[in-house]
Design a protein around this ligand. Structure first.
Ligand SMILES: CC(C)(COP(=O)(O)OP(=O)(O)OC[C@H]1O[C@@H](n2cnc3c(N)ncnc32)[C@H](O)[C@@H]1OP(=O)(O)O)[C@@H](O)C(=O)NCCC(=O)NCCS
Length: 377
């Protein structure tokens, strides 16, 4: 006999948006200045054919290939300095709140306020993100303390699917009774793992943090509650999106500037392989719940590429993705790793009515795909 679980809701969301915008024009100017510097510095080697010139980037390419128009970052000057090309963060002492925890607490407070809760109501914190600031102690435990939460906290990383995978853990913890109120935070400081000196990917990412509160429907006090009808997770190993940074690099005598120690990908292959996987995954999940893709009012999809999302929707509902069916936020935020589908949910749910069904779905490195089907209460 299948266990009967109580209904569980997402009762609040929050979004930390960093203070600085980098437009495509600013980004391309900085990249091209870097390319010119490199090419001047290595003019002889380039002339003799020993070394390839660094080609320029272009705003037109970026917008056409991805749909991204700008991104938010926590620190801008270092990224746009052609002699540096990565953010400049001030190290903090062990007694200070760390940067990842700070942005998570900001997003978490918004989610708590929306749900009519305080930190004291939370009894589990999941910090789910594509990159953690340190090895330990877990970011989640620091966030738990900063919020005055009880229970336990742990970190988890499933790259771009970290948020949806964490939602399943939160859903299961609440419905089985091991926690009452679970906070999921997704602090994505992508600017620190992006290779801003590689034109194939320098435009891809932006910084952000999202937060979600998950609790039992019967005790939730939120006026904006979304029942979780089901979750479905899948992974399949691929090296097409990868980052080899890790604690063994020092022991391997790796050059810290080696290209594979920041984000790199085979973008074309990812596009081709992940689109059919994501569409089939969502379709199968909906079928398990007795739903047709056309019965879904809104899809809050992973935000990596405009064309990818249009194709996923076309496979699901047989039409081009109107922004009403599958809203895009990547034009403004770029790819924010695990936070993308949650930002879409945050910004594009207010117009839905009680009884409307939606799908939050992530896809990314691993490969990993996570879908969460929700219904407005
Ligand atoms: C990354 C992505 C936007 C690239 O778009 P694309 O259409 O596949 O482009 P390609 O990488 O094939 O490059 C096409 C051409 O533009 C060039 N190019 C690449 N970056 C450029 C830039 N910034 N400016 C100008 N030209 C550029 C390439 O060198 C290539 O030139 P070539 O044809 O002479 O070889 C796209 O593949 C994508 O978004 N894929 C999905 C990735 C994804 O979801 N990843 C998950 C990350 S979490």
């Amino acid at each position: 006999m299948q266990a009967q679980y109580p209904p569980v809701v997402i009762s609040g969301t929050g979004l930390y948006r960093p203070p600085y915008v980098i437009t495509n024009a600013e980004l391309v100017d900085a990249f091209n200045a870097y390319a010119d510097q490199q090419n001047a510095q290595h003019a002889e080697a380039i002339a003799s054919g020993e070394r390839a010139a660094v080609p320029h980037s272009s705003v037109e390419f970026i917008e056409k290939a991805s749909g991204i128009k700008q991104r938010y970052v926590i620190e801008k000057a270092g990224v746009l300095d052609p002699a540096r090309m990565y953010p400049r963060f001030t190290p903090r002492g062990d007694g200070e709140l760390s940067l990842m925890a700070e942005i998570a607490v900001d997003a978490a407070r918004q989610a708590l306020a929306q749900a009519g809760r305080t930190g004291a109501d939370v009894d589990a914190v999941l910090c789910a993100s594509a990159n953690m600031q340190r090895a330990y102690p877990a970011m989640a435990v620091e966030i738990q303390q900063a919020l005055g939460a009880g229970g336990y906290g742990f970190d988890m990383n499933v790259a771009c699917s970290s948020a949806t995978f964490a939602l399943e853990q939160a859903f299961n913890a609440v419905r089985t009774g091991s926690a009452r109120c679970v906070l999921v935070v997704n602090p994505e400081i992508t600017s620190a793992h992006l290779e801003w000196r590689d034109r194939d990917c320098h435009f891809i990412f932006g910084d952000v943090c999202t937060a979600l509160l998950v609790e039992r429907a019967d005790t939730a006090v939120s006026a904006d509650a979304w029942e979780i009808l089901g979750t479905q997770l899948a992974t399949q190993f691929s090296s097409n999106i990868r980052n080899n940074f890790g604690f063994m690099n020092r022991a391997e005598d790796r050059d810290p500037d080696a290209r594979d120690l920041t984000f790199y990908q085979e973008g074309r292959k990812v596009f081709k392989e992940v689109v059919p996987m994501a569409a089939a995954h969502i379709e199968a999940h909906l079928a398990r719940l007795g739903l047709e893709p056309t019965q879904v009012r809104r899809y809050w999809l992973h935000q990596a590429n405009q064309g990818m999302n249009q194709l996923v929707i076309k496979k699901l509902v047989g039409a081009d993705a109107g922004s009403d069916v599958a809203p895009l936020i990547l034009d403004e935020y770029a790819n924010t790793a695990s936070a993308g589908s949650i930002i879409a949910f945050q910004h594009h749910r207010a117009d839905l009515q009680a009884g409307d069904t939606g799908v939050i779905c992530s896809f990314g490195a691993g490969y990993s795909i996570g879908s969460v089907v929700v219904r407005k209460r």
